[in-house]
Design a protein around this ligand. Structure first.
Ligand code: GLU
Length: 505
């Protein structure tokens, strides 16, 4: 179909926290829609009432808000093709079920679970299909009167799709190429259940994709086996000409590459598999999220974009705008993508570096507050600028840089043993006098005066600097020595030195 407006949808079922693979699927849909000036829809597929989990829909909506991926239509947004929650579309599905029934493309089946179980024991590899349907209790084998009477008496039934055997079904997948299967292997899928008056996934999904004029179905590879059935449904409705194009995305694999990524892998190796922290309402279990673990949304988006796609070269850092420009389904891989969570940490580091210090400082302020520190914002910005190249997460700035905000209470024993020499107290007392006499406490001036003093005394620069660092930081780490003393200021520098001399002498 040329000239068709690009309209794609993300269609999660609210059965719990949104898995990170689902986030990637949504991201690819988003990029494809934006690139083509199309529409991106959010449809909630909540027709399986047994699997419905309260809070899951809100979780999904909040996840995309955090990630900065916006929808044009759908739950939380509205639009002219609503409602976008399938549980609110019962009447619509009913109509389309009736169309299939009236045209004999579907039939009503009364077989109870017990009867089906019995058949399974009687017939090897039993499947409800052309070879068995005439042996079952359905509207093909019962009289019209019996069927009406059963329905009138409130007997539960399902509507099954009548699949004609021996037909080749072609699915043209934009990523995997042409997939051909024979209809004989398919069973007469249940499309509707009278018990809850709800359609099953297959029917609701096809009807909605059609009514919402979806042009491309981009989804996880686990749905590929459903695609032939969906093609048959489009045909049964006579909608072949507006059938969406399919693109099935490769699986996300365990970091080691063997098998599908699961929540257990995250627990085992210590990384989140959900965008936001999730509190399971039933079990009470709490699962970690990328947001709460300190990832920047831009880093998560960039990381996920490259799990199954690449721009055709080795460029890795790309903003959402760049991703939108460069994305293509043709460059999506057919084979699964290893979930290299360490790469995700690397992306977070890179985004911390790329972001303005002020922005990172804003994120660091709450961490400081947690530790009871209330520092001038300018100072926080300066510390961030000095220290951010050392961390992958904002909260790690505390470990790396807390000495800028709180004086050491104790002195690291190993460092003391190695770096506090016989004459250190004496030297530091002298250095205090030198520093006290400096008016311009700027980095360069301080450094020059101290270095001149060291030279004039014939002291060992390393020994002096190590002892000096120990007095201010409490251990052997930190950035350039005079960056520290400059930022602490003269008064604080001298008081820390004084204290260290008293304690360590
Ligand atoms: N509701 C399905 C899911 O949870 C949608 C699959 C599709 O995109 O067709 O993933």
């Amino acid at each position: 179909m040329t000239n068709r407006r690009v309209r794609v949808r993300f269609a999660p079922s609210p059965t719990g926290a949104l898995h990170i693979g689902g986030v990637r699927t949504a991201l690819y849909n988003y990029l494809f829609a934006r690139q083509n000036d199309g529409d991106f829809l959010l449809r909630i597929e909540d027709t399986d009432s047994n699997r419905f989990v309260p809070g899951a829909e809100e979780y999904i909506v909040e996840s995309f808000k955090w990630l900065g991926l916006s929808f044009d239509e759908g739950v939380g947004v509205g639009g002219k093709n609503g409602p976008y929650r399938q549980s609110e579309r019962r009447d619509i599905y009913k109509q389309y079920v009736n169309i299939l029934l009236e045209s004999n493309k579907a039939y009503i089946a009364f077989d109870t679970p017990e009867e089906l179980e019995k058949k399974r024991t009687e017939i090897a590899n039993f499947q409800y299909d052309a070879s068995t349907r005439m042996k079952m209790r359905n509207s093909l084998t019962l009289s019209k009167e019996d069927v009406s009477a059963l329905i009138a008496s409130g007997t539960n039934y399902v509507v099954r799709f009548k699949i004609e055997p021996g037909e080749e079904i072609h699915v043209n997948d934009l990523i995997r190429g042409e997939v051909v299967i024979n209809s004989s292997i398919l069973d007469d899928k249940v499309l509707y259940k009278s018990a809850d008056e709800l359609p099953t996934y297959h029917l609701a999904n096809i009807v909605d994709d059609h009514l919402m004029d979806i042009s491309h179905v981009i989804r996880g590879e686990e749905w590929l086996p459903s695609a032939p059935l969906h093609v048959l449904l489009y045909r049964a409705f006579g909608w072949e000409n507006t059938m969406p194009a399919f693109a099935h995305l490769p699986l996300l694999l365990k970091p080691e590459g063997n098998g599908k990524l699961s929540k257990r892998d995250g627990d085992r190796l210590g990384f989140p598999v959900f965008p936001l922290e999730w509190h399971d309402p039933k079990s009470g279990e709490v699962s970690s999220g990328y947001r709460e673990s300190g990832y920047l949304p831009e880093a998560v988006v960039n990381f996920l974009a490259l799990l199954g796609w690449n721009p055709g070269n080795d460029q890795e850092l790309m903003s959402l705008e760049e991703l939108t420009r460069l994305f293509s389904l043709e460059h999506c891989s057919k084979s699964g993508a290893k979930f290299d969570y360490k790469k995700g940490i690397w992306f977070n580091h890179e985004y911390i570096l790329m972001k303005p210090d002020e922005e990172i400082a804003k994120l660091f302020v709450p961490v400081l507050e947690e530790h009871g520190v209330d520092a001038p914002f300018d100072k926080v910005i300066t510390v961030v600028g000095m220290m951010k190249n050392r961390v992958s997460f904002v909260r790690e700035l505390w470990d790396a840089a807390s000495f800028f905000f709180v004086a050491p209470l104790a002195y690291d024993e190993k460092t003391v043993q190695k770096r506090w020499k016989e004459d250190s107290s004496q030297c530091m007392t002298e250095l205090m006098q030198v520093l006290a006499g400096i008016d311009d406490f700027g980095i360069e001036n301080q450094e020059k005066i101290v270095m001149d003093w060291i030279a004039s005394k014939g002291y060992h620069t390393g020994n002096i600097m190590n002892a000096f660092r120990l007095t201010l930081v409490g251990e052997g780490k930190g950035p350039h020595m005079f960056d520290i003393s400059w930022l602490l200021g003269k008064e604080e520098t001298l008081s820390r030195m004084q204290r260290a001399i008293e304690i360590l002498k």
